[in-house]
Design a protein around this ligand. Sequence first.
Ligand code: CP3
Length: 344
Amino acid sequence: MPDLQDSPFLRACRQEPVPHTPVWFMRQAGRSLPEYRELRGTGSILDAIHTPDLATEITLQPVRRHGVDAAVLFSDIVVPIQAVGFGVDVVPGTGPVVEEPFAGAGDLERLRPLEPEQDIPYVLETVRNLVDVLEVPLLGFAGAPFTVASYLIEGRPSRTYAKTKAMMLGEPALWHDLIDRLADLALGFVRAQVEAGASAIQLFDSWAGALTPEQYEAHVLPASRKVFDGLADLGVPRVHFGVGTGELLGLFADAGADVVGVDWRVPIDAGWERIGLDKGIQGNLDPAACLAPWPAVEHEVRGVLNRIAGRPGHIFNLGHGVLPETDPTVLTRIVELVHERTAA
Ligand code: CP3
């Protein structure tokens, strides 16, 4: 097995020089790949996640096809809450849907602590299968407390987060208890993935960009910090990502990750200044740009690399997940282009 500590991905997370800039794509496993659609068939994505052989193969598909520098575990942010019995499903075309949304203190007991060996043996088996065969690092992940709370309270994806914010601002003690339990669940979930062999983790606070900096700092940051602090002893790189976080990047960096992901709205060099040059950065090609003709894609990729200007600590990624209608051959060409353009 290769020494993964020397891999471009883990070196970049530590801001060390690399033979080429590492690349992976959020949602690289999934509907942009015909081989994924064929294997998945119909049924809930949660069933596929519960089947280690299937989840292993789906995780490997984009690694083989694109030659990316990291694998990302095929799982979902709702897995730990489903595992402790908080009724939730992932509806195709919609996203997470909760049968009985979180509405008050009486619902807190529905979020008991995670016991990984009993509650998510299938995730641990998938991770162990993967690290046996992978030649690149495996990235584990969890949903951040705020983003998961938004699904539990709204019951489904939301544009306004109105109920979530009403609880956060109007019932701060209840909100604190909720988000603290979600921090413990996220921490238990990612710690178990690292202990089973994952080399790094990413916390997805996809929807934190809906908050003002004051709201984020007072009501959300402490819970995300609890997750990052709780991982410190494991010594693996911690990545922190959200969408629309331009105004929050300084606070995101304060929460304790080693690498911060930025979406495409922020010029990546300006984002890095906000995060602090002592941390790594991940991003930030516009996922929609991948649907344009190749010369336009190439122009956008070069634009990101030019802004980075060779500074160590960059992991190339999209600014959010791969869109399902993306031609996967474009993703492979992006990997080749980034590797070529950044070769030491
Ligand atoms: O990145 C990867 O390749 C790893 C796999 C991954 C999935 N979900 C698999 C998945 C990751 C990292 C996630 C995280 C996730 N899940 C997030 C955070 C990342 C982000 O997008 O901001 C969120 C918000 C979710 C919740 C979720 N799960 C949504 C909104 C959806 C889309 C619903 C739809 O069908 O449009 C899902 C379903 C989902 N999770 C799919 C995949 C591959 C697609 C559905 C399927 O294949 O059945």
